[in-house]
Design a protein around this ligand. Structure first.
Ligand code: C2E
Ligand code: MG
Ligand code: MG
Ligand code: MG
Length: 288
C-alpha cells in the first residue's frame, strides 16, 4: 500500500536517502498526484453524473434510475469510478464528493418534476465512510434545500458497508426509512451475504450482482443462484432488480424467474442527463 510505503520511506529516509527505489518512487508519486488531483476535482468542477434507466420486467416501463459518478480530468480524460472511489474513501474525500452527488442528483430529478414528468425512483450509491457521521442530517438538509421528495429517493449500500459497523448501520438506515427514503442492497451475493442481515436491516430491494447475471441463461450455478435470490426476496417481501443485463435471453430468463426489474446495457448504458431525458422521451412513446 502506497501510504504505508510512503510513511516507511519517510522514516527510513532520515537514515538512508536511497530508500526509495525508482519504481516505488513512481508508485508513490502517482498516488500523491492522483490524490492531489482528486482534492481539487470538486472545486474545478470535474465531476459529472451519469444516469442509467431501470425498467420493470413485466412491461418494460421505466421505473427508476441509478446515478453513477464520472471524473473528467483535463489531462487524463475519463477516470472510471473504480479508479478513484477507493482513493476517495481512503482519504475521506468521499464525504464531500458523496454530498455533491446527492445534491446534484436531487437537483436534476427535481427539474424533471418541475417539467411535469412523472416521478421516478432516484437511486444514489453510498460508501461506508458516509455512514459514519451526520449522514441522516445532511440527507435531510439536501432534501429540504432541493425540495426533492424523500419517497422518490433510494440509497444503494453494499453488504460490506453494513458489515463495517452493523449496530450503527441499522440505526442510520432506520432513520433514513423514517424520512421515507428507500434502501437497496447493492451487488447482492458478492459480499458476506449473511442471510441474517436481510432480517436485521430495513432493506426494500435486492440488486442481484452482474456476476450472477453474466452466466444466464446457460450456466447451471448462476441459474440456481439467481432463482434462489429471487425466492428469498419474494419470501421476505423484498423487491428484486438484476444488474448488468446485456442480452435478450437474460431478460427472458429473469422475467420467467420472477425478477421484477432490470438495469443494463440491453436497455441503456449510463447516460449524460440530457441523453437520459431524450432516452426517456423515446422510450415512453415507444412503449405506449
Ligand atoms: P454499482 O453501484 O454496482 O454500479 C453498477 C455498475 O455497472 C456501473 O459501473 C455501471 O456502469 C455498470 N453497468 C451497468 N449496466 C451494465 C451492463 O449491462 N454491463 C456491464 N458490463 N456493466 C454495466 P460504474 O459506473 O463504472 O460504477 C462502478 C462502481 O463505482 C459502482 O458499482 C459503485 O460501486 C461505484 N460508484 C459509482 N458512482 C458512485 C457514487 O456516486 N458514489 C459511490 N459511493 N460509489 C459510486
Ligand atoms: Mg449501485
Ligand atoms: Mg451494483
Ligand atoms: Mg459495484
Amino acid at each position: 500500500n502506497a501510504d504505508a510505503a510512503l510513511n516507511h520511506a519517510k522514516r527510513a529516509g532520515r537514515d538512508n536517502f536511497q530508500f526509495f527505489t525508482p519504481s516505488m518512487n513512481a508508485q508513490v508519486l502517482a498516488r500523491l498526484t492522483k490524490e492531489n488531483a482528486l482534492r481539487q476535482a470538486l472545486s474545478r468542477n470535474e465531476f459529472r453524473l451519469m444516469i442509467q434507466p431501470q425498467v420493470r420486467l413485466e412491461d418494460s416501463q421505466l421505473c427508476g434510475c441509478e446515478v453513477l459518478i464520472r471524473w473528467h480530468h483535463p489531462e487524463w480524460g475519463l477516470v472510471p469510478p473504480d479508479q478513484f472511489i477507493p482513493l476517495a474513501e481512503e482519504t475521506g474525500l468521499i464525504q464531500s464528493i458523496g454530498l455533491w452527488v446527492l445534491r446534484e442528483s436531487c437537483l436534476e430529478a427535481r427539474r424533471w418534476l418541475d417539467r411535469g414528468l412523472p416521478p421516478l425512483m432516484l437511486s444514489v450509491n453510498l460508501s461506508a465512510l458516509q455512514f459514519r457521521s451526520g449522514l441522516v442530517d445532511w440527507v435531510e438538509q439536501v432534501l429540504a434545500e432541493t425540495g426533492y421528495p424523500a419517497r422518490w429517493l433510494e440509497v444503494e449500500v453494499t453488504e460490506s458497508v453494513l458489515m463495517e459497523d452493523p449496530e450503527h448501520a441499522v440505526v442510520m438506515l432506520q432513520a433514513m426509512k423514517a424520512l421515507g427514503i428507500r434502501v437497496a442492497l447493492d451487488d447482492f451475493g458478492t459480499g458476506y451475504s449473511s442471510l441474517a442481515y436481510l432480517k436485521r436491516f430495513p432493506i426494500d430491494k435486492l440488486k442481484i450482482d452482474r456476476a450472477f447475471i453474466d452466466g444466464l441463461p446457460d450456466d447451471g450455478d448462476d441459474i440456481a443462484l439467481v432463482r434462489l435470490i429471487i425466492d428469498i426476496a419474494r419470501h421476505l417481501n423484498l423487491e428484486t432488480i438484476a444488474e448488468g443485463v446485456e442480452k435478450e435471453d437474460q431478460r427472458v430468463f429473469l422475467l420467467e424467474a420472477g425478477c421484477q426489474q432490470l438495469q443494463g446495457f440491453l436497455f441503456a448504458p449510463p447516460l449524460a442527463p440530457e441523453d437520459f431525458l431524450e432516452w426517456r422521451q423515446q422510450h415512453t412513446s415507444r412503449s405506449k
